[in-house]
Design a protein around this ligand. Structure first.
Ligand SMILES: Nc1ncnc2c1ncn2[C@@H]1O[C@H](COP(=O)(O)OP(=O)(O)OP(=O)(O)O)[C@@H](O)[C@H]1O
Length: 250
């Protein structure tokens, strides 16, 4: 087991956002977190990454309780891609190299450079490696921040709407790279995503948040017309096209 979340609760001031959230995630799994705007998806990721501290409950990453880990130790285990990014005066290469920071003791090693180059290649970013982040398109910047999280070589990746700003081809490619990395390296990823059809294509598990808590959690068996309809308040059909399940809003 890579992640074990037990009974977490979180409120902003006195407004409750997460209540009794409990689930586990295994190695080799991609989990999509789904739910309406404001359901608490980003808040949940921030609790897992120790940016926010739950008022109740426990979060274990492998054998370690998150609240007891230092920032650097959290960064060695968890790669986090936020919903919004700053684009400072860094080159693409340096921005991805920053992902190695939790692992660097004194100086950048050949191994760090090798990892950065291989990640840049994976994301097809080599030709942009000397460009400044401020000179990138929104989609290119999105790929760079995901590449940085991957260069970190975490055991768990947390991605808040990673397909934002990406065109159709890049949406598919980036989710494929994430899925392949999870399978090849036997790590895990949690992805917040609004497109149910992309979630269906690239996830092993699905977690629906509604009314501050988990409404449904599981594999394909929870992607039903009833559950999706009830979470989003619309009618949908779930059908197979070319053997791929798709959700169609009616
Ligand atoms: N810093 C904050 N202070 C107070 N309330 C906040 C803060 N951040 C988020 N909230 C509120 O907490 C609730 C959950 O927000 P969160 O960002 O976790 O939702 P989400 O499911 O990720 O939404 P979206 O799909 O729109 O990104 C929302 O009602 C939001 O307005």
């Amino acid at each position: 087991m890579i992640l074990n979340i037990n009974g977490i609760e979180f409120s902003y001031s006195s407004v409750p956002v997460l209540n009794n959230v409990t689930f586990t995630l295994e190695r080799g799994e991609v989990l999509s977190i789904l739910g309406n705007n404001g359901a608490g998806k980003s808040t949940l990721l921030k609790c897992i990454n120790k940016i926010l501290e739950p008022h109740k409950g426990t979060i274990y990453i492998e054998k370690d309780e998150i609240s007891k880990l230092s920032r650097v130790d959290v960064a060695k285990k968890i790669g986090y891609v936020a919903q919004r990014h700053e684009s400072g005066r860094f080159t693409v290469f340096d921005a991805v190299l920053l992902g190695r920071k939790p692992h660097i003791k004194w100086d950048v090693t050949q191994k760090d450079i090798k990892i950065v180059n291989s990640v840049l290649k994976k994301f097809d970013l080599e030709k942009l490696s000397l460009r400044y982040l401020s000179e990138l398109s929104g989609g290119e910047l999105q790929k760079v921040v995901i590449a940085r999280a991957m260069a970190q070589q975490p055991v768990l990746m947390l991605l808040d709407e990673p397909t934002n700003n990406l065109d159709l081809k890049n949406q598919i490619e980036v989710l494929k790279i994430i899925r392949e990395a999870v399978k090849e390296q036997n790590i895990a990823a949690i992805v917040i995503i609004h497109d149910l059809n992309l979630a269906l294509r690239f996830s092993d598990k699905f977690l629906f948040l509604k009314d501050n808590t988990i409404y449904a959690y599981g594999g394909m068996e929870v992607m039903t017309e009833e559950i999706i309809g009830s979470v989003y308040g619309i009618h949908v059909v779930v059908e197979k096209i070319h053997d791929i399940p798709v959700v169609i809003p009616l």
